[in-house]
Ligand binder design. Sequence first.
Ligand code: GSH
Length: 204
Amino acid sequence: MMLTLHFCSNSRAQRVLWLLEELKLSYKLNKIKFHPSELKSEEHRKRHPLGRVPVLEDNDVTIYESGAIIEYIIAKYDNRGLKPDVEDKLFPDYLQWYHYCEGMVMPPMNTIVVHTLILPPDRRDPEVLRQAQNLLAKSIRPVDSILEKNKFLIRDEISGVDFMLGHALFMAFNLKCVSEEMENILRYLDFIKSLESFQKAINS
Ligand SMILES: N[C@@H](CCC(=O)N[C@@H](CS)C(=O)NCC(=O)O)C(=O)O
């Protein structure tokens, strides 16, 4: 096995690095500058046609989409049961919260990033921004509720959901979109930030 993760700091690629660290797999990290000169280079577009991260290479396999990469690594290299079996009563919860990340939480977060950081100030739309902030707050409220009963997102042990949705909560917090009343999310974030594997992912 020869795993290479194409990675940018402060990006969804941290999800994959967190998992690689958690599973103690050996890998090569290709750090790319979050700048068109590197992301949109011919070399990187061969790996990802849109010039985005994360991308994982595993010998002759190249795969992108953070959710697909996490599933791939878990299916091939996890021996810790990070994904519950289909007969497990947590299996539907796993699927639901795993896909809730890119399906419900990330779309408004992308809009917030566009209207606070990416567009030049004169093209930012405060109404679009306000709607996205409302939608993001609504989307993470049910996650705060599930965290009332578990240490990690769907159970007391870490699962694939944490690498996806847990990291999305971290991104939401960094964008100042987790309000003080979301106490369970805040407690969860403090907890994952104390994990060595997570620290490695966010400090690389
Ligand atoms: N749905 C994709 C999103 C990939 C994506 O948009 N990645 C961002 C970083 S978080 C990126 O590479 N942006 C560079 C760009 O848009 O030019 C995934 O989950 O992997």
